[in-house]
Every structure is written in C-alpha cells, then in structure tokens.
Design a protein around this ligand. Structure first.
Ligand SMILES: Nc1ncnc2c1ncn2[C@@H]1O[C@H](COP(=O)(O)OP(=O)(O)O)[C@@H](O)[C@H]1O
Ligand SMILES: [Mg+2]
Length: 466
C-alpha cells in the first residue's frame, strides 16, 4: 500500500508543485498569524483538472490524488476519500478525526460542510483539514468559533458559529440575562426553550443545544444560510403565484405539525420564516408560541406584530389555533402583493382595518386566490377555513411545482447593518448591543453584579443537548 501511495505521490508532485507553490506560501504566512493549533498539521491544495483528479498536498510535502468517478460528486464523498487516502500514510494524528475543511472563504467552508452538496469548483483553492477538537462537556461557548453577527433584536443577538468538535455551522442566539429579567421576558425565553426541545420536523428550525454562561443564555440552531423570507420578499418585491403557492404549502406543513403537538405558533410573519440550505422555509422563533391542552382552548394574551394580528386577539375575544390560519392568509397576501392586507400608516388605522375592513385585492390576484385568502382571513374565527379543509380549496388543486428560494451562496443573505458589524467578544457583546440600542440596563447602572442578578443555579434547567 505504501508503495502504491508513493507512486501516486511521485506522479503528481513535480507537475503541480511549481504551479501552487506561491499560493501555498501566501496562505502559510496568513495562517501562522491565526495560530491554528493542531489543525495546521496538514495543509491541502486541491485542484480539479481536466482529467477530474483532485490533488491534495500534505504539510510534509507529499501529494495524493483522488479520482472523481463522476462529474457530480458530493462534499461528503470528498471528505471520506481524503480520510481514506490519508489513512494509508503515516501521520501523527488520526485522519478519521478530520471533520471538514477550512479555506479562506467562509461561504466555501459552509458549502463544503454540507456533505450532500455537489463539490464546488475548487480550482487552486487551499483547503486546511479541520481536526475534531476534544472539548470539555457539558457543551459551552468554547465549543464554538464565532464567525459573523447575523441579526440582533431587543435583547438577543444571533451569530454564525462553527462547532469545533464536528465542523458544522450553526446560528447561535445569545440572550442577555439582565435584559431578559428587567424586561420581564424570562417566562417567554423558557417557554421557547421548552417548545423547541419538543419539536422535530423538517419545516421547523432544529435546536441543537442550549446552555448558559455567567451573563448570557444561548440557543444553538442549525444554520439557515438563505436568511429570512422577509429578506427575499423585500428584494423581489412580490413572489409569483407559483412561488407563493409552494411556500404556502411548506409553511402549512410546519404549522399543522405544531397544531398536532398542541402548540399554537402565534408569530407567523416573513421575518420568522428562515430559508434553509436547500432553499426551503423553516419556522423559527417560538417566543410567543403557546402549549395548549386542546386545539379549541381559548387564550387571551395580546402578542405579536400588529400587521399580522387576528381581530379576535385585538378585541380580546379569546383566540385558539385558528388564529395561525388567519396569519397564514395575511402572509399569503403579503407574499403576492408585497405588503400585508391591512397595513396603514398609524396603529389606529391598522386596528380599524383589521377589525372591520374587507380586503382589497390587486387586479393580478386570481379569483381563486382572492377567495382563498378571504376564507383564511375570515374575521369570525368559527367560520375560518382551517385544517384539512384547506387542501380542498380550488386554489390548491392540480400539481404544485417545487420552487425552493434561490439564495446567493457566495454572500450573506442577511441585513447588511449586522453583517458589516465587527464580531464582538460574545460575553460582552450583547452588553454592547445594549449600548448600541441605548439600553444599558437599570441593574447595571446601579452596579449590581451578574452573579447576584442572574445566579447560575437559577438557570440550570435551561441546558439542553440533542
Ligand atoms: N437558525 C438560524 N439561521 C440563520 N439565521 C437565524 C437563525 N435563527 C435566527 N436567525 C436570525 O436571527 C433573527 C432573530 O432570531 P429570532 O429567533 O427570530 O429572535 P427574536 O426573538 O429576537 O426575533 C432571525 O430573524 C434571523 O435573521
Ligand atoms: Mg423573530
């Protein structure tokens, strides 16, 4: 076997060494600066050439070649082939511990981590194999490399992170404990945690783990690289009827799963629908969701964005699962028209519209579509189109074309406001967010310490790992 390998090594070495030498040297100097520990044991230049051979150079200057048997091979296949080939060499670490690759392009890194994706063009790209790091249980912030700030809200910040143990990318939602307590959101955050740990469905965001540090709570989700549906809707202004229909069916699938688990979602809007790696929508943000005893149970809380609020919630008449169908109708209208149906400049006018105005449909809405939305958005919750009946409506008859959202794979699909911000140290990060939004907390200004305000024991039930 050794002989066979050295034959392969000899075959490739002279030809490609000169071509890639300069780039290797450049990347080496860059990497030294970032001191990549064990990961640096091996560096790899991969090139696909006309003969469909991937060449790999190890740090000790040996070359191995991997033949691409097919035009389309997956990233998972490359990873396993690299591991297999390297297992035939004598190295001072176990190649089976390679969990992925690192390049100088984060979007390419993400692509390579999706093992079912086709191999991207790797011409002249320098790949550094990432070796699994052994980290101390229980899972904590040290397990993650912080890559980018993606979004921020009133008391949470969401970062793109990479797990050092398995090489996968995740979105980490960081909540400042002080802000949460002072703004009376503790119940909401624990409710979100409880609901997320119960769910397992392809149209629902997957919670990977939850943990705490001295001053923060962390939710770690599978990363959705397509960003919010809102981002795509604003970019395209409106979706085609075909696109809206496919999205509607996918979201409906997620909502009906929630209802089958006796959960009302209550916060359906394009900001909370995320686009996953395959361009499919996933429901996220369960802060306002509610576990009920049965689907008919009436609830009286007042929550969510006004544009999407059902009339029975505004009028405090009690709402149940049917209010999710109302919001689905509002969102379908928005996907087709570009704005929600009852939108007005002032809150008063919006409330008036929601409670008493009939929807006006633009001329390009088909008759079936307008009728469908009218039935979903019936102001009388007992007469609303719900559940299985939805599938019988004429608008949903006939084949539905699969239309995943086409997002840009080589850039972040998030608001530039956050993407362009520096990634701060996470432990002090949301404190800086507090400063950004001028929200320095009351307890902080009075000099109360984190340990007094948010003792660890108080949040011990927050921990979760799949
Ligand atoms: N898994 C994820 N992948 C990508 N982006 C995410 C993910 N989870 C959250 N985000 C981003 O963070 C934003 C806020 O997250 P969300 O859970 O809705 O928190 P909030 O309760 O502050 O609204 C989302 O609208 C989205 O832009
Ligand atoms: Mg949200």
């Amino acid at each position: 076997m050794e002989e066979e390998m050295s034959e392969v090594v000899r075959q490739f070495k002279p030809k490609f060494r000169s071509i890639h030498k300069t780039q290797i040297e450049d990347d080496l100097s860059e990497n030294t600066a970032s001191s990549l520990h064990q990961i640096e044991l091996l560096r790899t230049v991969i090139t696909k050439n006309v003969f469909n051979i991937v060449r790999i150079q190890t740090i000790d200057d040996r070359w191995i070649g991997i033949q691409l048997r097919d035009t389309y091979v997956t990233c998972g296949w490359l990873l396993s082939e690299v591991i297999r080939k390297l297992s035939q060499l004598r190295l001072n670490y176990d190649p089976a511990d390679i969990v992925g690759f690192k390049t100088n392009n984060i979007h390419l890194d993400y692509h390579l981590s999706c093992l079912h994706y086709n191999l991207p063009n790797l011409n002249g790209v320098l790949l550094i194999p990432q070796i699994r790091q052994q980290l101390k249980e229980p899972i904590n912030l040290d397990w993650f490399e912080i890559i980018k700030k993606l979004a921020a809200g009133g008391f949470s910040v969401v970062y793109l992170v990479k797990n050092k143990e398995n090489g996968q990318f995740y979105a980490m939602k960081v909540i400042d404990k002080r802000l949460m307590i002072e703004r009376d959101k503790e119940e909401m955050v624990f409710n979100e945690r409880q609901i997320l740990t119960r769910l397992n469905h392809r149209r629902i965001i997957n919670l990977y783990c939850a943990f705490q540090s001295k001053s923060k709570l962390y939710f770690v989700f599978d990363y959705c690289p397509g960003g919010e549906l809102y981002y795509h809707l604003r970019k395209q202004k409106r979706f085609s009827e075909e696109q809206a229909k496919w999205l509607f069916i996918q979201i409906l699938d997620g909502l009906q799963y929630l209802h089958s688990q006796n959960i009302i979602y209550r916060d359906l809007k394009p900001e909370n629908i995320l686009i996953d790696q395959d361009g499919c929508p996933k429901l996220a943000d369960f802060g306002l969701s509610k576990i009920v005893d049965n689907q008919e149970q009436l609830n009286y809380s007042f929550c969510g964005s006004l544009e999407y609020m059902a009339p029975e919630m505004i009028e405090q008449k009690g709402h149940n699962y049917t209010q999710d169908y109302y919001q689905l109708g509002v969102m379908l209208y928005e996907m087709m028209a570009g704005i929600p149906p009852f939108y007005a400049k002032t809150r008063q006018d919006m409330i008036k519209n929601i409670v008493s105005k009939q929807i006006n449909y633009p001329h390009f809405f088909s008759k079936n579509l307008s009728d469908f939305i009218t039935k979903l958005c019936n102001k009388d919750k007992t007469k609303r189109l719900c559940g299985k009946q939805i599938y019988q409506h004429p608008w949903l008859q006939g084949p539905i074309k699969k239309m995943p959202i086409k997002y840009q794979c080589d850039q972040f699909n998030f608001d530039k406001l956050f993407i362009n911000q520096k990634c701060l140290d996470i432990e002090s990060g949301p404190r800086c967010i507090a400063e950004e939004f001028n929200l320095l907390t009351l307890s902080q200004s009075r000099g109360i310490r984190d340990e007094e305000m948010c003792p660890f024991e108080k949040f011990s039930s927050f921990y979760y790992k799949k």
